[in-house]
Design a protein around this ligand. Structure first.
Ligand SMILES: NC(=O)C1=CN([C@@H]2O[C@H](COP(=O)(O)OP(=O)(O)OC[C@H]3O[C@@H](n4cnc5c(N)ncnc54)[C@H](O)[C@@H]3O)[C@@H](O)[C@H]2O)C=CC1
Ligand SMILES: O=C(O)C1=N[C@H](C(=O)O)C[C@H](O)C1
Length: 243
């Protein structure tokens, strides 16, 4: 477990300890050397660290021939391409699963939003998180916006209507042409709302992770499945075979 002392790391360690078919063999955190891990001792590494560390961790794991399940956010198209190319050069059967959200409610919300996107003129995303979160917008919101943008483009939809002339900083981030708003509030864990609008009607898709336990079935599934999936897989929806 990389990031073993963190909020997610502690929860994953408990979940793996409680799983009869899994054995937790190493707990690493900041300052520990990922390169000390070997494929003789470790089958799968789980990374819930920080955006500034996760990419280097994954490259070190690929070098060591260790499969990786990665929940850490902050990944860019370039960093994903770099891992894909590294896996190609390594040429073995190492699997890397990158998932911005391991919660079933979040994965389904993203899927439903992408399905609905083609039918609505307007769409905006609001993500709401605990105030300790270091990145914004969330990885989930970025993944959601990318899927919505792809669905809108496939349906031939242009930009959502928006007459804003001044005050763009109040309109949220632009992620692939979709406005994304980030809320940080004491008491929250991880939540997302997708608002879709047409003349005279609105669809709201909302998911709430009230507890980090919500991510554990997805993480455990990822650990069990990544060993069977050589190369890079992005998104738990592919492991759940939602397509
Ligand atoms: N994919 C998903 O379902 C979820 C993803 N996340 C993401 O997971 C990441 C971690 O979230 P939290 O656990 O809340 O953060 P956290 O700040 O509680 O934990 C991060 C841990 O990583 C450690 N760390 C920093 N650099 C490291 C390095 N080079 N090697 C090993 N450990 C290192 C820190 O010391 C800390 O203990 C964030 O990017 C967050 O967005 C969080 C929840 C669910
Ligand atoms: O930092 C968090 O807490 C979370 N991060 C992930 C994200 O950025 O999407 C997943 C979930 O929202 C919790």
């Amino acid at each position: 477990m990389l990031g073993a002392h963190g909020r997610m790391g502690r929860t994953v360690c408990e979940a793996v300890d409680a799983a009869p078919d899994l054995e937790l063999v190493a707990r690493l955190d900041a300052g520990d050397d990922v390169a000390s891990l070997t494929s003789d001792a470790v089958d799968v590494a789980v990374d819930f660290t920080v955006p500034g560390a996760t990419e280097a961790n994954v490259h070190a794991l690929v070098d060591a021939g260790i499969h990786a399940v990665v929940g850490t956010t902050g990944w860019t198209d370039e960093s994903r391409t770099s891992v894909r190319e590294h896996l190609g050069r390594a040429g073995g059967d190492v699997g890397v699963l990158l998932a911005p959200n391991f919660g079933l409610s979040a994965v389904l919300a993203m899927r439903f939003a992408a399905q609905a996107a083609r039918y609505f003129e307007s769409v905006e995303v609001i993500e709401l998180h605990h105030p300790e979160k270091v990145d914004a917008p969330s990885g989930t919101a970025r993944h959601t916006a990318a899927a919505i943008a792809a669905a809108r483009a496939e349906a031939g939809l242009g930009a959502a209507p928006d007459a804003t002339e001044a005050g763009w900083d109040a309109r949220g981030a632009d992620v692939d042409g979709v406005r994304v708003h980030a809320v940080r509030l004491r008491g929250l864990v991880a939540h997302e709302e997708i608002l879709l609008g047409n003349p005279g009607e609105q669809l709201v898709i909302r998911q709430d992770s009230f507890d980090r336990a919500s991510f554990m079935p997805g993480v455990l599934l990822g650990i069990r499945e990544v060993v069977r999936r050589p190369g890079l897989t992005v998104g738990l929806e592919n492991v759940l075979e939602l397509g």
